[in-house]
Write a protein that binds this ligand. Structure first.
Ligand SMILES: C[S@@+](CC[C@H](N)C(=O)[O-])C[C@H]1O[C@@H](n2cnc3c(N)ncnc32)[C@H](O)[C@@H]1O
Length: 151
């Protein structure tokens, strides 16, 4: 099943999976019922990331897997500088031309809400995903958090 707060996002989804308009901080799923969970580019939008990780730990069965994809800032100083200009200035301008300008101004700002990588992994481990690990993708402009629910 797919979950999003926004009806518009669900209506645009191309999937046969059942879709539910709900808050991922209070998933409409019984304890340990899910074999796994994925999340694409929503972590930095959540009001309480720790609560989301706790909620994942509640619904995913022991041994179940999670994969959380999110934007990131590259560690390499040159990449970080170039990415800052592209993501902070170019993307909002292109977004404003093609779509909702406010949404694309919020995009770079929202990255500031993400904890630093070690803190992010530590939060997942504390929530009940002891083997949590973080992978950098695309030269560090995105990140993938992978973990198994503790048995
Ligand atoms: C950048 S979009 C990513 C959408 C989609 N996952 C994708 O990868 O194309 C972030 C999504 O998170 C949703 N979202 C934000 N906070 C949420 C919450 N508390 N519960 C459920 N969805 C939420 C937003 O409605 C938005 O659709």
């Amino acid at each position: 099943m797919g979950v999003d707060l926004s009806y518009g996002m669900l209506a645009a989804a191309r999937t046969d999976a059942p879709l539910v308009q709900a808050d991922v901080l209070r998933l409409p799923v019984p304890d340990q019922r899910a074999d796994g969970a994925t999340c694409g580019f929503a972590l930095r939008n959540l009001a309480d990331l720790g609560l989301f990780f706790d909620e994942l730990a509640r619904v995913v069965r022991p041994g179940g897997r999670i994969g959380l994809l999110e934007v990131a800032r590259p560690r390499n100083p040159v990449m970080r500088w170039g990415h800052g200009i592209y993501f902070g200035r170019v993307v909002p301008k292109i977004g404003a031309l093609l779509s909702d300008g406010a949404a694309y101004r919020y995009l770079p700002q929202s990255v500031a809400y993400l904890p630093e990588p070690p803190a992010l992994v530590a939060m997942l481990r504390a929530a009940g995903f002891a083997d949590a690990e973080r992978h950098e993708l695309n030269g560090g402009i995105s990140q993938l958090l992978l973990a198994t629910r503790d048995r």
